[in-house]
Design a binder for this molecule. Structure first.
Ligand SMILES: *[C@@H]1O[C@H](CO)[C@@H](O)[C@H](O)[C@H]1NC(C)=O
Ligand SMILES: *[C@@H]1O[C@H](CO)[C@@H](O)[C@H](O)[C@H]1NC(C)=O
Ligand SMILES: *[C@@H]1O[C@H](CO)[C@@H](O)[C@H](O)[C@H]1NC(C)=O
Ligand SMILES: *[C@@H]1O[C@H](CO)[C@@H](O)[C@H](O)[C@H]1NC(C)=O
Ligand SMILES: *[C@@H]1O[C@H](CO)[C@@H](O)[C@H](O)[C@H]1NC(C)=O
Ligand SMILES: *[C@@H]1O[C@H](CO)[C@@H](O)[C@H](O)[C@H]1NC(C)=O
Ligand SMILES: CC(=O)N[C@H]1CO[C@H](CO)[C@@H](O)[C@@H]1O
Length: 433
């Protein structure tokens, strides 16, 4: 294993020699990715591990967070500085719906003012433009995403595009309208249309676009289609077909149920059942990878937080979590019917300098990654948000809310908690070295 100082020197040397051309550097030499058993492999046949953070772009304004504090290039530069190779960029289907309806609300000016109001919106818009003089108030949300994706490619960062929500606001709550197929805001046709559009657009315009997270954190909903694995199967495979047709090179990430906390029925090859007494009664399906034209693009994703403030010893922590889907990466488990790569697409906790050592979560997460050699994506880069809508709480919206879980500070210009990063992010990077 390289020492930290040595790897920093090497990183510096490679940056110094890899001077980007004035044009977008197509840093896609390792793309496309595909899968081989439990591994993601790059175009040279080497195993690729996602080491990423989340950068949300799915909230009310529908552009990546932070641009009122810093330029696109400065924000992107943090990703390699943290030692990460990729980013999970989130978007809302509402952004694409607005493209289809040719809505006048897509400009930066309208997006910001509709979300923040005339007075504060005018101020924040000006801050965004001051930090990012390549934009004007007429720049559209999609053009902002394009600029972000182009800069990510310039700086050698792989893009994992995640559909976080349909309606653009903070995710996720039970019965918030975004959680399950057919719920208030979760129109399945618009979702699939949205993916067809954005996957094609990303393939054509975003040089390091590598993978698609079909839907974030599916969860129970009182008023929606039946919440069962059969319904999951029908819609998730249809979305996968749509993305694959639009962008055949992209990996397809499948999330599980209950806020993506388990997905074991897929590697275990279980029958995916409907629900008695509903429209899916007596229906069933099986997720057989060889049935799909995207057989070598399937990746399973799982989320893990520490809401229970675990003090489990790591063997307990790991064996409980293993059963939620890590059978996918263990071909020697007799219960495993199909192997797939797994990626922990969300984990995280408050970056306050002590939490990392207050429960066993952080230590056991690192052991999990060491033991199973799976990629991961920290939640999240943002030090603060343009706006957060909080359903059922007062106040219902907060402008400029600080994100204490963010790797960056409120102003997006420094690391929030270096000691936390040294003891979590850095250790997870080492776990995959
Ligand atoms: C544009 O946004 C305004 C304010 O939110 C809304 O009232 C209007 O309906 C939107 N227009 C379209 C075409 O979506
Ligand atoms: C507008 O911004 C000010 C200063 O940041 C803040 O105190 C106020 O709550 C904001 N207005 C709204 C409607 O959120
Ligand atoms: C579906 O039902 C069958 C038969 O009852 C059962 O064996 C299987 O475990 C169920 N599948 C899931 C994912 O629970
Ligand atoms: C499901 O199967 C049961 C038992 O075979 C049958 O009684 C019931 O009518 C079926 N329900 C539907 C919706 O087909
Ligand atoms: C993989 O499965 C085998 C068989 O069940 C088990 O003995 C082994 O401990 C598992 N490996 C890991 C890393 O969990
Ligand atoms: C960090 O957050 C945890 C959980 O909220 C809390 O128990 C702890 O006291 C905090 N540490 C500091 C230094 O504020
Ligand atoms: C929960 C946890 O990881 N606790 C650790 C905190 O740090 C001390 C000293 O480094 C360790 O001994 C604990 O195991």
């Amino acid at each position: 294993m390289l020492s930290k100082t040595l790897s920093k020197i090497l990183l510096f040397v490679s940056i110094a020699y890899a001077i980007p051309s004035p044009k977008t550097r197509r840093d896609d030499s390792i793309l496309p990715f595909s899968t081989e058993g439990r591994d993601i492999v790059d175009s040279n046949g080497n195993v690729f591990q996602y080491k990423a953070t989340n950068w949300p772009g799915h909230q009310e304004i529908m552009i990546p967070e932070g641009l009122q504090h810093a330029s696109v290039a400065d924000i992107v530069s943090w990703i390699p500085k943290f030692g990460l190779n990729s980013v999970r960029l989130t978007f809302a289907i509402e952004m694409v719906d607005d493209i289809y309806s040719n809505s006048p609300n897509q400009t930066l000016e309208k997006s910001v003012i509709n979300a923040l109001g005339q007075e504060n919106g005018t101020i924040v818009l000006q801050q965004i433009l001051d930090n990012n003089p390549e934009f004007t108030k007429e720049t559209t949300r999609l053009e902002v995403f394009d600029a972000v994706a182009k800069e990510l490619a310039n700086q050698g960062v792989i893009v994992h595009l995640d559909n976080h929500v349909s309606k653009a606001f903070w995710c996720c709550g039970e019965n918030d309208g975004n959680g399950w197929f057919g719920e208030k805001y979760f129109d399945v046709e618009n979702w699939i249309r949205g993916w067809s559009f954005i996957a094609k657009h990303a393939k054509e315009n975003w040089p390091t676009f590598a993978s698609a997270g079909l839907r974030n954190e599916l969860r129970n909903a009182a008023s929606a289609e039946p919440v069962d694995w059969y319904t999951w199967y029908v819609h998730m495979t249809a979305a996968a077909d749509a993305v694959h047709e639009a962008a055949p090179d992209a990996l397809l990430f499948f999330s599980g149920l209950s806020y993506d906390t388990y997905i074991d029925p897929i590697p275990l090859g279980k029958t995916l059942n409907g629900t008695a007494g509903t429209s899916t009664a007596n229906k069933s399906a099986k997720f057989v990878p060889s049935n799909f034209p995207w057989n070598d693009k399937i990746v399973l994703e799982i989320h893990k937080y520490d809401f229970e403030a675990t003090q489990d010893p790591c063997p307990t922590f790991k064996s409980k979590w293993y059963k939620q889907g890590f059978q996918a990466v263990n071909a020697s488990d007799p219960q495993t019917e199909y192997t797939f790569p797994m990626v922990i697409t969300e984990w995280g906790f408050i970056q306050n300098g002590t939490y990392w050592n207050q429960t066993t979560y952080n230590r056991c997460l690192i052991e999990m990654v060491e033991d199973y050699q799976v990629g991961w994506m920290q939640w999240e880069l943002s030090g603060s948000f343009y706006l957060q809508t909080r359903l059922g709480r007062t106040p219902a919206t907060i402008q400029g809310l600080e994100e204490f879980w963010g790797l960056l500070n409120y102003n997006w210009n420094d690391v929030r908690s270096p000691v936390t990063v040294e003891n979590s992010l850095d250790k997870l990077i080492q776990a995959l070295d």
